[in-house]
Design a protein around this ligand. Structure first.
Ligand code: HEM
Length: 398
């Protein structure tokens, strides 16, 4: 039975998916990490939690024990297996070899002018208003349009993607799960049509992602329609809401710390540091789930095959044993060993793209709106799961 706890291992009931006041989860995770590197979390159905940088990093780099067969601590046996997320090495690597070339720093650099154009246009629409809810007005539209242009799909389809992705992630809070199931089905149906079309009418693989996948091979055989569909589905769910959420924390930090914002406006060379600090100090990744593949004593923790473990990236990224003043957002802090995109085989495929999108956001936003703040009387809440500010009401002089 999964869920056997170690004698002496501290026990907690902590719901990383719950709503909290903004930054509330980070404070709770700081307390958990200070209390113990390992917890047994009694939140149904029960799972381990690792909270320190060394344990989280080691587990991420040990896929033979910490399998991605399930990535949700709530569903040890997921009904569907997605590519590449649910695969372990060596099968996982075959698919990453197909996908990696599209997301290299060089490939992303070529996309930067397009991302800047999209970003500047969207900000140009908002700027004269003098206020916006950043999350609703901008947060999802920007990465969605960049993604559609990158993979060669019509930008006219953006409103559908916005609706599906928003329903999929925000819908987790309702008791009625049907809208989430419907949104997932809509995304899959959309790509099923694209795959069928590209089978009949292949396009230029350099600019059309689905054609590229259909012409790719794993293990000396072409990818099947189902595999292509799976990959497209994962990309949509992995790449849009995540970028929106992380941008939300970045902008929240700058809206509430005018001295940081002014420094960044004056010193654009600090933009990469700002992006990394947001990924570190306010990582949206509460934790990634892994399934224990074999009975193991992991640093004294008696893991049983089938147990689930939440590797808390957000806690690890603020570990005082690795980061000086870990809770502080320090623009002068250079590159760090943060785990915001994790490490190991499943390290984020879109990390360079996400970094570029966030850097472009700061460049373009500050060019147009250098001075902004939170709207008065704002009680901000943070979503759990993948953490995210629920709303981010900003005001500025138009
Ligand atoms: C700030 C934004 C982002 C953050 C914080 C983030 C974070 C992560 C993390 C932590 C994982 C590992 C999940 C796990 O193994 O359990 C991951 C995987 C992944 N991410 Fe991202 N991501 C972001 C943006 C993107 C973007 C823009 C894309 C592409 C459009 C993307 C595509 C993927 C894919 C395909 C995977 C699965 C990789 C694999 O299993 O090998 N992500 N991401």
């Amino acid at each position: 039975m999964p869920g056997s706890k170690a004698p002496g291992c501290p026990v907690v009931t902590y719901d990383h998916t719950a709503l909290r006041p903004i930054m509330g989860h980070f404070a709770e995770l700081d307390d958990l990490r200070a209390g113990s590197p390992v917890w047994w979390n009694e939140l149904e159905p029960g799972f381990w939690m690792f909270t320190t940088h060394d344990l989280v990093q080691e587990a991420l780099q040990t896929p033979a024990i910490f399998s991605s067969e399930s990535q949700s601590v709530f569903h040890p046996d997921p009904p569907q297996r997605f590519i590449p997320t649910h695969l372990d090495p060596p099968a996982h690597g075959m698919y990453r070899r197909v996908l990696n070339p599209l997301f290299t720093p060089r490939a992303v650099e070529k996309l930067r002018p397009m991302a800047s154009d999209v970003c500047a246009r969207l900000i140009g629409e908002i700027a004269p208003r003098g206020h916006c809810d950043f999350m609703a007005a901008f947060g999802l539209e920007y990465p969605t349009e960049v993604f559609l242009r990158m993979v060669g799909l019509p930008v006219a389809d953006a409103p559908s993607f916005l609706k599906w992705v928003e329903t999929f992630f925000v819908g987790h809070y309702g008791t009625d799960k049907q809208p989430i199931i419907d949104a997932a089905a809509s995304i899959k149906n959309y790509f099923a049509d694209v795959v069928a079309d590209r089978r009949q009418h292949p396009r230029e693989p350099n600019t059309d992602f689905v054609t590229y996948l259909l012409q790719s091979t794993v293990d000396d055989r072409p990818l099947s329609d189902e595999e292509v569909l799976d990959i497209c589905f994962v990309l949509v769910l992995a790449g849009l809401d995540t970028t929106k959420s992380q941008m939300g924390y970045l902008m929240y930090q700058l809206a509430t710390h005018p001295e940081d914002r002014r420094r960044l406006v004056a010193h654009r060379e600090l933009i990469p540091n700002a992006v990394e600090e947001s990924l570190r100090a306010s990582s949206i990744i509460a934790g990634v789930g892994r399934k224990v593949a074999a009975d193991t004593d992991f640093h004294g923790c008696p893991l049983k095959m089938g147990d689930m473990v939440l590797l808390s990236v957000a806690a690890a990224n603020r570990d005082p044993n690795v980061f000086d003043r870990p809770g502080a957002f320090l623009l002068e802090r250079g590159p760090t060993r943060h785990l915001g995109f994790i490490v190991g085989p499943h390290r984020c495929l879109g990390a360079h793209l996400a970094r570029a999108e966030m850097a472009v956001l700061l460049e373009e936003w500050h060019r147009r709106i250098p001075d902004y703040r939170l709207a008065d009387g704002t009680d901000m809440l943070e979503r759990g799961g993948g953490f995210a500010p629920l709303t981010l009401p900003l005001v500025w002089d138009a």
